[in-house]
Ligand binder design. Structure first.
Ligand SMILES: [Zn+2]
Length: 161
C-alpha cells in the first residue's frame, strides 16, 4: 500500500509545479491539448494524442487509428490490428502531405513513444519530445536519447499511473 502511495506521489508531484520536470507552462498546455486531441481516437485499448509544434505554431496533429479509408475500428477480438497507426506516426505523415516540415520541431504526445515511432521522430528532424505517460517499455525513449533528442516526461492531471 505504501509503495503505491509513494509511486503516485512521485508521478503526480511534477504536474503541480509545472517546472519541476523542466517543462514550461506552455509545455503543459500543449500536452493538455494533446490529451484532448487523443479523445478523437476511436481505439478502445488506449487513446493517444500528439501535436507537433514549431516556432510556437501547431504544424500537425495526430491520434492513433486506422489509415485513411479504413473502418474506424482499431481492435479485433480485443487485440490492436497490425495496421493501426500510432498518434506520432499520424502526426509526422500528415506533415509529409503538407507544405511544412518538422525540422527542429517539438513533439507533444500523451504516451511515451514506442521504438517504431521513435525512428520516425528521429528521421523527421524533431529535436524535442515531451510526453505525459510512461510506458512499461523504454526502448523508444532510449533510442531518442541516443539520437540526442531532448526527451521530457511531464506528468499531467488525469493520467495518474
Ligand atoms: Zn508508436
Amino acid at each position: 500500500m505504501n509503495e503505491i502511495d509513494n509511486k503516485q506521489q512521485k508521478v503526480t508531484a511534477p504536474s503541480l509545479t509545472g517546472r519541476a520536470g523542466g517543462g514550461s507552462p506552455l509545455d503543459l498546455r500543449y500536452l493538455r491539448m494533446a490529451r484532448i486531441w487523443s479523445e478523437n481516437s476511436y481505439c478502445q485499448r488506449r487513446q493517444v494524442g500528439a501535436l507537433i509544434v514549431k516556432n510556437k505554431m501547431i504544424i500537425s496533429d495526430g491520434y492513433n487509428g486506422t489509415p485513411s479509408g479504413f473502418e474506424n475500428v482499431c481492435e479485433e477480438d480485443g487485440v490492436t490490428k497490425p495496421y493501426v497507426l500510432h498518434a506520432e506516426a499520424n502526426a509526422i505523415t500528415k506533415i509529409a502531405r503538407s507544405g511544412n516540415n518538422s525540422e527542429g520541431a517539438t513533439l507533444y504526445v500523451t504516451d511515451s513513444p514506442c521504438i517504431e515511432c521513435s525512428k520516425l521522430i528521429i528521421q523527421a528532424g524533431i529535436r524535442r519530445v515531451v510526453y505525459a505517460r510512461d510506458y512499461r517499455l523504454t526502448d523508444g525513449i532510449d533510442l531518442l536519447r541516443r539520437a540526442g533528442i531532448d526527451v521530457q516526461h511531464l506528468p499531467i492531471e488525469g493520467y495518474e499511473e
